[in-house]
Design a protein around this ligand. Structure first.
Ligand code: URA
Length: 236
């Protein structure tokens, strides 16, 4: 394990700011493995050395990983697939064990969040938080205003009426339409089934945002760590 400067470690534990931590050290209030350390350059090994401030042991904050991936079509969102198909985890080459927050169909592309923070993942998947997920769907045929309105107010899928959705027609071609749709529920294949309910087959589906978090300019298969602001947004 890598060494770390004592004041940085104290700050990372959330005990005090870096500057305040330096003061604590100079005042002789910090001990490492039971011995007072007053030198600012001192280093410790997090997780191995015992650090106390005013004789109270301090601990590192649990650190979690939060990632956004542009899931390509042709990948499953499970960690391991019973049919040995490629999984989204195969695209992310890190040693920590992470898992997807929610799921996207095998043939859906776009924004997928992954983490090792089970607590937050569970919360975000809970319907009561009403997080809108936005998709761009390419569908067969030209969609009527009546159908767009039906999607907005709710349609029946598997005997269930969907909650109000935000729906915008983006463009129309000769025999296809591009529609943006935001929903906060996550029933199985919900967007595909909603369009089916108004008589249109989805031929391409891409998720472009999850709440305020956007896919941005990630290319299919690319991923990056969420920014501090994005993590803060999810936690709040
Ligand atoms: N709705 C669908 O139909 N498929 C997805 O992958 C996500 C939402």
């Amino acid at each position: 394990m890598a060494e770390e400067r004592l004041q940085k470690y104290i700050a990372r534990c959330g005990t005090a700011s870096r500057r305040k931590a330096e003061e604590l050290i100079l005042q002789g209030r910090v001990k490492v493995n039971g011995k007072v350390v007053k030198e600012l350059g001192s280093k410790i090994i997090p997780g191995k050395d015992m650090v106390t401030v005013d004789d109270k042991r301090i601990y590192e904050k649990e650190k979690h990983i939060y990632i956004k991936l542009h899931k390509p079509e042709g990948y499953v969102t499970t960690v391991k697939d019973q049919f040995n198909r490629r999984t989204v985890i195969d695209l992310i080459n890190i040693k920590e064990r992470i898992f997807p927050i929610g799921r996207l169909d095998y043939n859906t592309s776009g924004l997928l969040l992954l983490t090792d923070d089970g607590d937050l993942a569970n919360k975000l998947m809970h319907p009561k938080y009403l997080i809108y997920k936005t998709y761009e769907a390419e569908i067969i045929g030209r969609i009527s205003n009546d159908s767009l309105n039906a999607l907005r107010t709710g349609v029946l899928i598997d005997g269930y009426k969907t909650a109000p959705a935000r729906v915008n027609l983006l463009k129309e071609a000769q025999n296809t339409s591009h529609v943006q749709i935001s929903i906060h529920e996550g029933k199985n294949r919900q967007v595909r089934k909603m369009f089916q309910a108004v008589g249109h087959k989805v031929i391409k589906l891409k998720r472009i945002s999850f709440g305020n978090i956007e896919l941005g300019n990630l290319k299919p298969g690319e991923w990056k760590y969420l920014t501090d602001a994005e993590i803060k947004y999810l936690k709040e």
